[in-house]
Design a binder for this molecule. Structure first.
Ligand code: COS
Length: 387
């Protein structure tokens, strides 16, 4: 359900103020300590940020995707690690339940995901199954009528160290080798046999955590399959639809980060003097600013138009992949130019652009690499042309 205009404006203003007054001053500390302070997490919960996309009847804000991308863009005006803490509850950690969960699964998990009481995590990627997600090897062996036993290893799982529930993709048709034969399970953290590895050491996005998740004969009830027993072997489609939606959210975060970097680069260019005048007066610097502005604006338009179409009920699998491809590559170029405009200072850790330059590299990789987006776009084009 869409918010009325006043409530939406109020929400966006509140998020903007929170980002400016609370999150931006903490950016450096979070990066240095690789940890988001508990007080900030509490404030994020109070603002309802964990439940943006979860229906109101389950305690969320029930935003449409058009509304959600506007919030996501504002969260992009600060270090991506803050968004990441709530990001899985908003997106990949809750949406399988929202889209395909049974009424019981929704009632059991969504209120706690919406409030941020628990963190939801999406366990698809494996050591040998990254872009080729359909080849995953984790198995869920049926034992009797009422349980499955899950065995395998997942890798680079966002928010795994904090998770209360994992959406785990595992092979239920043990003869299959591809995407058909995969089911989605809701697995509570803390079950016997489930362990989470040490947080990975990453290039950037310090404060956001990923880790391996190991399933050593983890027994779950048969009704842990997302959507119930009828959804056995249908889990890969759930994963793909969750990722379609997540790609729009991430694209909007990319636009927000680009806006922040353009702002930082512009301010620096107006203050920094060389050859007797601010470097913003030089046309070669102006070209970099103008290209960045143009590309960020283009990505914003793509995201907003695709979100509108999705809210209308259109299938936007192709367009969501176009957005993720363009927006994530765009923010890479914008970050590169922001460093360039800062010159030597841009290479120094005391300037925010140095940190953002590393942070944005991930956008081209997670929730589907740029190459996976190209593949999705071209495959859909060919399929439509054959119809
Ligand atoms: N929505 C609904 N269903 C979809 C879909 C979508 N967006 N995309 C694919 N499907 C369905 C297909 O229609 C197919 O169903 P049928 O068997 O009934 O025809 C099934 O899912 C398998 O699809 P496909 O044959 O295209 O699977 P592939 O193994 O070829 O996988 C890619 C294709 C590469 C697109 C997929 O593996 C992928 O997205 N990989 C990247 C994963 C990723 O983003 N990882 C990031 C980490 S998770 S944060």
């Amino acid at each position: 359900m869409a918010l009325d205009q006043d409530s939406l404006t109020q929400l966006l203003d509140t998020v903007e103020r929170f980002v400016t007054e609370r999150l931006r001053p903490m950016e450096r500390e979070v990066a240095e300590e690789d940890r988001i302070p508990d007080q900030i997490a509490r404030e994020m919960r109070e603002l309802g940020l964990f439940g943006l996309s979860i229906p109101e009847e389950y305690g969320g804000l029930g935003l449409t995707i058009s509304e959600e991308v506007q919030v996501a863009r504002r969260l992009g005006h600060t270090s991506p690690a803050f968004r990441s803490l709530a990001g899985t509850n908003i997106g990949i950690g809750s949406q399988a339940i929202v889209m395909d969960g049974t009424p019981e699964q929704k009632a059991h998990y969504l209120p706690r995901l919406a409030s941020g009481e628990i963190i939801g995590s999406f366990a698809l990627t494996e050591p040998e199954a990254g872009s080729d997600a359909g080849s995953l090897k984790t198995t869920a062996r049926r034992e009797g009528n009422d349980s499955y036993v899950i065995s395998g290893a997942k890798r680079f799982i966002t928010n795994a160290p904090h998770a209360g529930v994992f959406t785990v993709f595992a092979r239920t048709d043990l003869q299959s080798k591809d995407a058909r034969g995969v089911s989605a399970f809701l697995v509570d953290a803390g079950l016997p046999g489930l362990s989470v590895g040490k947080a990975d050491k990453k290039m950037g996005q310090k404060g956001a955590h990923t880790a391996d998740v190991i399933f050593d004969d983890v027994r779950v009830p048969a009704d842990a399959i997302v959507g119930g027993p009828a959804m056995e072997n249908q889990g890969f489609k759930t994963a793909m639809r969750v990722l379609d939606r997540g790609r729009l959210h991430i694209s909007s975060v990319c636009v927000g980060v680009a806006e922040r970097l353009i702002d930082d680069a512009l301010r620096y260019a107006m203050e920094r003097k060389q050859f007797g005048q601010p470097i913003a007066e030089f046309q070669l610097v102006q070209a970099m600013l103008a290209d960045s502005k143009t590309e960020a604006f283009a990505a914003r338009c793509m995201v907003e138009e695709t979100a509108r179409r999705k809210d209308r009920g259109d299938n936007v699998s192709t367009e969501a992949a176009c957005c993720k491809l363009f927006a994530s590559e765009m923010v890479g170029r914008v970050a590169d130019r922001a460093v360039q405009i800062h010159g030597g200072a841009g290479y120094m850790a005391e300037y925010d652009v140095e940190r953002f330059y590393r942070d944005v590299r991930l956008f081209r990789i997670y929730e589907g690499t740029s190459q996976v987006q190209q593949l999705v776009i071209a495959r859909n084009m060919i399929r439509e042309a054959r119809m």
